[in-house]
Design a protein around this ligand. Structure first.
Ligand SMILES: NC(=O)c1ccc[n+]([C@@H]2O[C@H](COP(=O)([O-])OP(=O)(O)OC[C@H]3O[C@@H](n4cnc5c(N)ncnc54)[C@H](O)[C@@H]3O)[C@@H](O)[C@H]2O)c1
Length: 405
């Protein structure tokens, strides 16, 4: 294989589609992943994640020799860091993956190279990596271009959004920003907005925090309305008739690996200043706990009124409607909480988007609804919204606006 122009470190949900897109544009990409199985799968022209259109893109890029995967980096002109940035301890961001990815490419760097971080990162990470690189390679000081460019694609539509979304690009200096913009211009049709590295880092965190705060407002309303005996769905619908009001829908909490995670990256570093952002996380987490308590209370009430234990359908496990992703899912948390010290025989657990689960025994959604005395809707899956089977004598706990016919 000829020399690679780009090294992509991290070949997961974001790194692999990005590598494939760049390679589709006839730029040689050397993809790096510490997981040898990932490397082997990609070099066989296959993929290890679920994402529409990615399989063809990887297969053709590998076949034409524009994409090659490896566990080790090689020399290139541009290095992209797209590794995980999880939590450690008590909601502290862990940038050790970004650090070790940077250390792996350190010996290969040369004057005029472009280094870009795409991983969601706490403010100041790009600056920290600059200091790390120049401490280890002082002879390169001031000779590298470094930038931060966050990713905002929607899983399920990544191959389209990678090309068409606007992007925010922030360099450690203006010339770095320009170099990074020139790089992305080759693959991206969306607008490329220039800023500095810290603002770009914060921009990614703020996008998800803003969603989290808005959902927390809706969830808080749902708690108030429950106590005040007001239908929250009707209330929000009416309030949104105001031309300048747009309240989101409440749910059983907030999940996934972005909205439920990224706000902590701000709160951890700015605890005194980020009062609303921190509180929103608490409210959204509390909403899940509250839903679990509601289900347990409905069970007790049913027993008192009917002199027998009810059958309970727990509808949904995914973190949002119509997907099979259970990461950080509030519905899964609620199911776990409700099943603690309970007799599993009393519950039907439903998730129409997955066939089986390692812990939960799944039941078909129509069967569960038919047999259950109490039905708790945790996720607004389209199958649930089409249900017309309910009998009047069932207790329905609607935590996600199913609005049964
Ligand atoms: N998935 C999304 O929808 C999404 C959206 C926006 C931003 N992000 C951010 O993008 C970053 C990557 O997320 P992802 O979903 O692609 O993660 P992922 O877990 O799917 O993939 C990361 C890959 O990096 C590899 N890896 C870990 N350490 C490495 C190292 N030192 N060297 C080489 N490879 C290494 C892992 O083996 C894994 O295959 C994260 O910061 C995430 O927050 C993700």
């Amino acid at each position: 294989m000829q020399n690679s122009e780009v090294v992509m470190v991290g070949l997961g949900y974001i790194g692999l589609p990005t590598a494939a897109l760049i390679a589709q544009n006839k730029v040689r990409v050397h993809g790096v992943d510490i997981n040898p199985q990932v490397v082997e799968t990609i070099n066989a022209g296959k993929i290890h994640i679920v994402e529409p259109e990615l399989d063809q893109a990887v297969a053709s890029a590998v076949e034409q020799g524009y994409l090659y995967a490896d566990t080790k980096p090689v020399e290139a002109n541009t290095y992209l860091i797209v590794v995980p940035t999880p939590f450690k301890g008590k909601n502290e961001p862990d940038i050790s993956f970004v650090e070790s990815a940077t250390k792996a490419i350190l010996p290969l760097l040369k004057s005029e190279d472009l280094y870009i971080i795409e991983s969601t990162s706490p403010i100041g990470t790009t600056e920290k990596m600059k200091n790390l690189i120049y401490t280890e390679r002082p002879e390169l000081k001031g000779q590298l271009y470094m930038a931060y460019c966050p990713e905002r694609v929607l899983p399920g539509n990544v191959m389209y959004e990678l090309v068409h979304n606007d992007r925010v690009i922030g360099g450690i200096d203006e010339v770095s920003t320009e170099k990074a913009v020139n790089f992305y211009q080759r693959f991206v049709k969306g607008e490329l907005h220039k800023t500095n590295a810290r603002t770009a880092e914060m921009c990614k965190l703020v996008e998800n925090s803003s969603r989290d705060v808005q959902i927390a407002f809706a969830n808080e309303l749902s708690l108030i309305c429950d106590k005040a005996d007001i239908n929250v769905w009707e209330l929000i619908n009416l309030a949104n008739k105001h031309p300048r009001v747009n309240i989101l829908q409440p749910g059983c909490g907030v999940g996934g690996h972005c909205i439920a995670v990224d706000p902590y990256f701000i709160v951890a570093d700015y605890p005194m200043e980020s009062q609303i952002i921190g509180k929103a996380r608490e409210i959204n987490n509390y909403k899940s706990f509250w839903c679990a308590e509601k289900i347990k209370n409905a069970k007790l009430e049913f027993e008192l009124q009917n002199g027998r234990k009810p059958k309970i359908a727990l509808m949904g496990l995914a973190f949002k409607p119509d997907i099979d992703d259970l990461r950080e899912s509030p519905a899964k948390y609620i199911v776990q909480k409700v099943l603690q010290n309970a007799n599993n025989e009393e519950y039907y657990i439903v998730e129409p988007n997955i066939e089986t689960h390692t812990v939960f025994k799944l039941t078909d959604y129509k069967e569960a609804v038919e047999k259950a005395d109490i039905i708790a809707f945790l996720v607004g899956h389209k199958e649930f919204k089409e249900l017309r089977l309910l009998k009047d004598n069932k207790v329905v706990l609607d935590f996600c606006g199913i609005d049964l016919k």
